[in-house]
Ligand binder design. Structure first.
Ligand code: NAD
Ligand code: ZN
Length: 365
């Protein structure tokens, strides 16, 4: 009674994403079916306290040897130090190439454990058990793994595909509301990129996603299918995959600007403001109607997400500092920026050559 998404890879390989309530307890049977003898569970302390023992019991019941490696929760754990500690613990647990690294947690754990699995013994199989909405609809699909350097986020990494993804949608019941909402911004994003019917559906069904109804499973499946499709069609990331960055040009800049505030924006909140701004900017450029831009902002606000620069805690700063922050993570050509804009809901496209002056005028409005 779970949903599944099949993800084909290069060279005839493929993996499945299983989606449903209670899948945490199926980890052992799935790991045994893959022929593993041992599993190293990489998680964070918060998730370990909630689901660690259940996963351990499931693996031991299936006859696997296992150990739990828990790092502190939060982005700071995507570090060289944690990476080294995780690898050494996995070696201590005698994890061999036929065994499994299990990433149990949000995107932080998925990226860290995935990178450890990619590099340990030149590649150990790994299984993703994403426990945040963001991880279930975004970071567990696509094979990107990595850690941060003092020079920036995700600068050290590797592509390493999981053997299987088990998205236990009941695990989201314990997620704090703010993280749930942040993940929801990415859910709505898929409708806005290329699936207007899904955005309509979200407007009608978003409450079920938050409350854990069957709509939650359905939404996770639709998002995984959308992301997997894009990734498969554009593995080298020079085309369509860029559309996944809808809302992220503005979003990342705002996240960066609030980085040192105690009440800083979490990623999905930056994305929510970014999505609303991308549509408002598109309307201003005459690409889509103001009514559609309003509909996007209204829906995100209804779900409790910020949608305006004024919503940034402590203020977003002036247009010039937002532009500078955007230029930092985008290819800037002769003072022009690349944006993902939209001709309407579900009609996004890559727009290179947007002038700084146009963006400044828009932000100052
Ligand atoms: P996260 O992993 O830090 O999790 C957020 C918080 O929720 C943490 O405090 C965690 O302990 C807690 N938590 C997790 N699951 C829980 C549960 N079921 N119940 C209660 N609490 C729970 O953050 P995230 O938003 O999941 O992921 C963000 C990371 O994902 C970033 O580092 C980002 O770079 C990365 N990311 C990677 C990709 C990719 O393609 N690899 C894509 C998008 C984002
Ligand atoms: Zn994102």
């Amino acid at each position: 009674s779970h949903l599944s998404v099949h993800v084909p890879l290069d060279g005839g390989r493929a993996y499945d994403i299983l989606i449903g309530r209670g899948l945490v307890d199926a980890v052992g049977a799935q790991a045994a079916a893959l022929g593993a003898k041992a599993a190293g569970i990489v998680t964070d302390e918060t998730v370990a306290a909630l689901y660690g023992e259940r996963i351990r019991a499931s693996l031991e019941q299936a006859g696997l040897r296992c150990g739990i490696i828990a790092v502190p929760p939060g982005e700071a754990s995507k570090s060289y130090a944690c990476y080294a500690a995780v690898c050494d613990r996995l070696l201590e647990l005698r994890i061999e190439r036929g065994d499994l690294v299990v990433a149990l947690g949000g995107g932080v754990v998925g990226d860290l454990a995935g990178f450890a699995a990619a590099t340990l013994r030149r590649g150990v199989r790994f299984l993703q058990v994403p426990t945040t909405l963001l991880a279930q609809v975004d970071s567990s699909v696509g094979g990107k793994t990595g850690i941060n350097s003092p020079h920036g986020k995700n600068l050290i990494g590797a592509f390493h595909q999981p053997r299987l993804v088990l998205a236990d949608t009941a695990a989201l019941d314990t997620l704090v509301e703010r993280e749930m909402r942040a993940g929801y911004a990415e859910v709505a994003k898929y409708g806005l990129i290329a699936d207007p019917g899904f955005f309509d559906w979200c407007e009608a069904n978003w409450r079920g996603i938050f409350s854990g109804g069957p709509e939650r499973d359905e939404a996770v499946a639709i998002c995984c299918r959308a992301k997997a499709g894009v990734v498969v069609r554009d593995e080298r990331e020079d085309g369509e995959r860029a559309l996944l960055n809808l809302g992220h040009t503005f979003g990342h800049a705002l996240e960066r600007l609030t980085h040192y505030e105690s009440a800083r924006l979490v990623h999905g909140e930056g994305v929510a403001i970014g999505l609303a701004l991308a549509f408002r900017f598109s309307a201003r450029l005459g690409l889509c109607s103001g009514q559609e831009a309003g509909r996007v902002a209204n829906h995100l606000a209804m779900a409790g997400l910020p949608t305006r620069l004024q919503d940034v805690p402590g203020g977003s700063g002036d247009a010039e500092s937002i532009l500078d922050a955007m230029a930092q993570d985008k290819k800037v050509r002769d003072g022009a920026l690349t944006f993902i804009l939209a001709r309407g809901i579900g009609q996004s496209f890559i727009a290179p050559g947007i002038g700084r002056d146009d963006v400044r005028a828009f932000l100052q409005d």
